[in-house]
Design a protein around this ligand. Structure first.
Ligand code: ZN
Length: 341
């Protein structure tokens, strides 16, 4: 319900026919052109709770009057000509060249630092662009010093998946064949043709996956008393004994050792025994690949709202932690004399 009364606009992908080829073109309309209005509170029969019908009340308003007249009755196109004109103008093409599109609404209100000392980030989609960004930045920083790569036999991989919010089962979600296929392809490229038939399985067994997804610390009664995650106090290590998170004692210890060695903060998070637990792509990838996994993430408030709140300091410390994890994992792993099978 946080999508009501916001200055919304459209962004996404269009398929455009150009010179006999079908190409994808990204589009983002900057101007707020849409709005989903709430009912005035004095007309609400029950003022204590905000209720709405998903079918009737979530329809955004686009325009009061169309300038070029109504859609002709014999017009078989799905969309209104005014909207198609707007898209064509944005894409600098002709309406007839736009073959299809996949557009979503977004909030035009820009992200900002906030709080008395700029300690917060107010933004949309922190879940999960915060971890996508810090993960990628940590990966880039880890590989900047080229000797850290040339002197290592590691293969470092960074991957982010679409469709996590709808269950990860799709052609490109974490529950697809994508990661398995791409790792095998990387191995084929990097290793000679005389590779042992079980080399891939052996490499997976030696590997370690750090799956990063935000954590929601709102409402203290929702969290286990001794394990409440806080904003700006470092990466949260998530454990659930029903394996809704993929962390184990060993994977957590490895990660914590790297954090402590580099003076980086971390926190432990355990879901209350009487509370349902969210999940992440960690358990999916862990069981699919048979890889040792840790589930981590930064704390954030208002998760899944159109405007979420994150900790500004967590950005810095997460990037550092991901960097050190990638650089130091192998050396530390050799010190673990554990029978994983
Ligand atoms: Zn989410």
């Amino acid at each position: 319900n946080t999508w009501f009364d916001r200055d919304l606009s459209l962004a996404g992908r269009c398929i455009v026919e150009e010179n006999g080829k079908y190409r994808q073109r990204l589009v983002k309309i900057e101007k707020p052109i849409l709005r989903i209005p709430t009912l005035a509170i004095h007309l609400e029969s029950n003022r204590d709770s905000f209720q709405f019908n998903k079918e009737n009340h979530l329809m955004p308003i686009f325009a009061q009057k169309v300038l070029n007249g109504e859609k002709p009755e014999n017009d078989k196109t799905k969309h209104h000509p005014e909207m198609m004109d707007l898209l064509a103008k944005e894409l600098n093409t002709d309406v007839k060249n736009i073959k299809d599109f996949d557009l979503v609404l977004y909030d035009t209100n820009k992200s900002t630092l906030g709080g008395l000392n700029d300690e917060f980030i107010f933004s949309g989609r922190l879940d999960n662009q915060l971890m996508t960004y810090t993960g990628l930045q940590g990966y880039i920083n880890a590989n900047k010093d080229i000797t850290s790569l040339t002197e290592s036999s590691d293969c470092r991989v960074y991957v982010s998946f679409d469709h996590e919010e709808i269950g990860s089962t799709s052609d490109r979600g974490a529950d697809s064949a994508f990661i398995d296929t791409i790792l095998k392809r990387i191995m084929k490229m990097e290793v000679s043709q005389t590779i042992s038939p079980t080399a891939y399985q052996e490499a997976i067994r030696k590997s370690y996956l750090c799956s990063a997804h935000a954590v929601h610390p709102n409402y203290p009664e929702k969290h286990e008393a001794l394990h409440k995650p806080k904003l700006n106090e470092g990466m949260v290590i998530k454990t659930n004994f029903n394996q809704r998170y993929a962390t184990t004692d060993l994977t957590a210890l490895l990660f914590k050792t790297i954090a402590e060695k580099n003076n980086l903060p971390y926190q432990d998070f355990v879901v209350r025994n009487d509370s349902p637990c969210g999940s992440t792509i960690g358990p999916i990838l862990s069981s699919k690949l048979g890889i040792r996994t840790i589930d981590v993430g930064c704390a954030q408030l208002s998760m899944h709202s159109i405007r979420e709140t994150g900790g500004a300091k967590d950005v810095e410390t997460s990037i550092e932690l991901f960097k050190h994890y990638l650089q130091e994992f192998s050396e530390l792993d050799e010190k673990f004399e554990i029978d994983y099978e």
